[in-house]
Structures are given as structure tokens and as C-alpha cells.
Design a protein. Structure first.
Length: 140
């Protein structure tokens, strides 16, 4: 059985990370959290499922390069309400990025991605020999 390894990218510099973590100023760096990932394997492929509700399939960017699969997404929204007595404007921004180092037996050029009901599902076919590619994967 092969191992599928992951690594996370931190977007804060060490100074800010120490500042925020020391006082627990924000839980998990404010609104920044990583989506839960389930990884499974069968004889033909690996499957990665990410719980990412609130996004649209157009928000995702999935790419593979140098045997590293990177899944990222961002969404922005703005609401504006103007009344005679006041004006209110709210902004919302959500993003994440997760990367997974792929085992040698993954066929990089045949990875498929599908988003449905808040779950992003990626199918990573296995191959007898190593097949590497650098490409962006369309989410269906």
C-alpha cells in the first residue's frame, strides 16, 4: 500500500503567527480553517474528499505539478444596505489551500475532480508505472 502525504501552507509570517497564537487572539487564525479531508484507496484509484460547503465549482483551482496536488478556492461577497438613517456594508472572504504529495503510482494526467452538495471529490487513478504531468484539473 502506498502513502499519500499532505502538507499545509501557512499564510502568516512567523512574527504574526507567534503574536496570534500566544494570546489565542483568533481561533485557528480568525476565519481561516482547512477543510476536512477523507482519503481512501481501492485497487484502481485513490479518492480524496474535501468538505467545502458554501463554494461554487468555479471557485476551485485544482492543479498537479511535480507530484504535488494542490487544491485551493476562494470566494468573495459584499452586501450593501443604504437607508435614510444609516448605511451598512459587509464583506465576506473565504479561502483555503491544501496540498498533497502524490505516491509514485498515481497517474497524474488522469486525475478527475467533481463538486456536488458541498463535497469536492477527486479520483486519482493508479498506474503500474509513474506518469507525471503538470496541469490544471477542471472541476465538474
Amino acid at each position: 500500500m502506498s502513502t499519500l502525504a499532505k502538507f499545509n501552507e501557512t499564510f502568516l509570517s512567523p512574527f504574526f503567527r507567534d503574536f496570534f497564537e500566544a494570546d489565542n487572539f483568533f481561533t485557528r487564525f480568525g476565519n481561516y480553517t482547512l477543510p476536512a479531508a477523507n482519503i481512501s484507496e481501492n485497487d484502481q484509484s485513490y479518492c480524496i474528499e474535501l468538505a467545502v460547503p458554501g463554494f461554487k465549482k468555479e471557485d476551485f483551482k485544482v492543479k498537479v505539478e511535480d507530484d504535488v496536488l494542490t487544491i485551493s478556492a476562494e470566494t468573495k461577497s459584499e452586501t450593501k444596505e443604504e437607508k435614510k438613517e444609516y448605511s451598512r456594508r459587509e464583506y465576506n472572504y473565504s479561502s483555503f489551500s491544501r496540498s498533497f504529495r502524490l505516491p509514485d503510482n498515481v497517474k497524474d494526467d488522469a486525475i478527475k475532480a467533481k463538486y456536488e452538495n458541498g463535497i469536492l471529490q477527486l479520483t486519482l487513478p493508479k498506474s503500474a508505472q509513474q506518469v507525471t504531468a503538470a496541469k490544471e484539473i477542471k472541476v465538474e
